[in-house]
Design a binder for this molecule. Structure first.
Ligand code: SAH
Length: 512
């Protein structure tokens, strides 16, 4: 069983860095014993320009039979012989997967202390597996790898016997993948997809396989168009486990997507919608509304607070009037995805000079966020526990005090129009609350009053006459005479509860 991983480089960024990323020195050939034989890692080539690591797994068929159930291959009547004489030694399968996990454990986890930045970023990779058993053929191989972003996915059928072309093709393909990919992502994909293509496992699939699937599938599996086939085959068609995995992945998908599927909303709202026309996703309506509000305010230096995976930052970059764009998020993972989406590492200097991504929590004040024209909180407030909201309010309206603040949040009244949403459910697993239009306005009025802002409201998405729009947006403008620091209007209020909220918020926000 054989697999090669190659990359190219330059004198400044030598290809041999691959050795650091794989935690295997290019000058050494190393052997590891695994439960089914021995794995060897060596480098057929290692120069600054090109470096290729090879993983060779020598399977011990006797150990395989002794250790396990010899599952998967060769049923009766010649099962006994098939346990010894089979394709195991040659064909990349779940055994190779297990070897990848054992030999490249740190790389699979994306860990590289020597070169964290190299491990975090995509490399030009070339992966080759000369004999890959593919149930579903070359077609399925392409369906599995193409959506993952590989530029070249080549699956060539291997003939049964080159001497006898008339015998046709074997069920093996030679796989070549090429593209810019993070090494850890590439290894995780192989770890799952090799046994999926083989559609057999050499060991009994226990419930902990669900965790392994979710871990290795992080960041790519939830949204994969072939997800049902992948989970079903990876979990050896064990229905209970497959269902568990699917439910977990569905939650992940919801969390990663901007909102619910807007197609179902359009169907619910307007039966006569022209189905030929692709509906504009709600997230896009939202970005348009936000950009309009920022332009109307004449903003050029903008904070995107809770920027998530950077879709709005990307849209802001397209308009040159936004000269300085800062995306802030508490999630490092979201920021990493944002940075990849924006291709920050490959951006020209001028363009890159306009954008900064920083990690930070919005419930703490941060001096670096003062002095901006505008701040956006798009679909963020509902991710905070209500008691933490005053802290965010103070950090943004009390301390950072941008001229304009745009806040969007779901309108819970609209949820009855989402056909796929069970009654009483929030739209997203991580929403701590969802407000009616009345509740949002009440909060916004108080915030504006406390901090010296005026506020107007803009519906986003179709404004339903009965339940309002799916997204509600408030645009706050700092009043010209508002004192910096605390809102002048806020101090004038006689509402005891308001004052308490402001004080608590301030204390919490500054407790960083
Ligand atoms: N603004 C984006 C993402 C919304 S999802 C959009 O409109 O698509 C909410 C985001 O808020 C997540 O990325 C989450 O990591 C971030 N977030 C939640 N609580 C936060 C906090 N306390 N500080 C900073 N970011 C936070």
């Amino acid at each position: 069983m054989f697999l090669t991983i190659g990359t190219t480089g330059t004198p400044e960024r030598p290809a041999t860095d691959l050795g650091f990323l794989l935690h295997k020195h290019p000058d050494k050939a190393q052997a590891f014993s695994t439960s089914h034989g021995s794995a060897h890692v060596f480098y057929p080539e290692a120069s600054a320009e090109r470096c290729t690591a090879a993983l060779l797994l020598e399977v011990d068929p006797v150990a395989l039979v002794r250790r396990g159930k010899g599952k998967g291959r060769g049923g009766a009547p010649d099962a006994a012989l098939a346990q010894y004489v089979n394709d195991r030694p040659y064909a990349a399968s779940s055994l190779l997967s297990v070897a990848i996990a054992a030999v490249f454990k740190s790389a699979l986890g994306g860990v590289c202390r020597a070169m964290p930045e190299r491990a975090e970023n995509p490399l030009p990779l070339r992966i080759e597996v000369p004999a890959l058993p593919a149930r579903g053929g070359a077609e399925l191989v392409r369906k599995l790898f193409t959506p993952l972003g590989w530029e070249r996915v080549e699956a060539t059928a291997v003939p049964l016997d080159e001497q006898f072309p008339a015998w046709g093709d074997s069920r093996y393909v030679q796989l070549v993948l090429e593209g810019e990919m993070r090494l850890a992502d590439a290894l995780r994909q192989l770890y799952i997809l090799l046994p999926v293509l083989d559609d057999a496992k050499h060991y009994w699939v226990a419930p902990d396989e669900v965790d392994k699937l979710l871990r290795a599938g992080e960041g790519w599996l939830a949204e994969h168009p072939e997800r049902p086939l992948i989970t079903r085959r990876y979990l050896s068609h064990r229905w209970g486990l497959t269902r568990q995995a699917d439910q977990a992945l569905e939650l992940v998908r919801l969390a990663e997507s901007d909102d619910l599927d807007v197609g179902s909303v359009d169907n619910a709202v307007d039966e006569s919608t022209d189905t030929e026309e692709k509906p504009v996703p709600l997230a896009e309506h939202r970005r348009t509304a936000i950009l309009d509000a920022l332009r109307a305010a004449g903003a050029s230096r903008v904070l995107d607070l809770g920027c998530g995976q950077g879709q709005l930052v990307q849209a802001l970059l397209k308009d040159v009037r936004f000269t300085e764009i800062v995306g802030v998020d508490v999630s490092m993972r979201a920021l990493t995805i944002a940075s990849r989406r924006l291709k920050l590492d490959r951006m020209g200097e001028r363009q890159a000079g306009r954008v900064t991504l920083r990690q930070g929590s919005l419930t703490y004040t941060d001096k670096a966020l003062t002095g901006y024209d505008a701040a956006v909180l798009s679909e963020v407030i509902e991710h905070l526990d209500l008691p933490r909201l005053p802290a965010l309010e103070y950090a943004v309206f009390g301390a950072a005090r941008p001229g304009t603040v745009v806040v969007t949040t779901p309108n819970v009244e609209y949820n009855v129009r989402w056909e796929t949403l069970p009654a009483g459910h929030v739209r997203h697993g991580d929403h701590r609350f969802e407000w009616t239009r009345g509740e949002f306005r009440e909060w916004a009025e108080q915030v504006a009053a406390r901090h010296g802002y005026t506020v107007r409201y803009v519906p986003v998405g179709e404004d339903d006459p009965e339940v309002g729009p799916p997204t509600q947006m408030a645009v706050f403008s700092r009043s010209a005479d508002a004192a910096p620091g605390a809102g002048s209007a806020g101090r004038k209020t006689h509402d005891a509860e308001n004052r308490t909220t402001e004080k608590t918020g301030k204390k919490e926000a500054e407790a960083a």
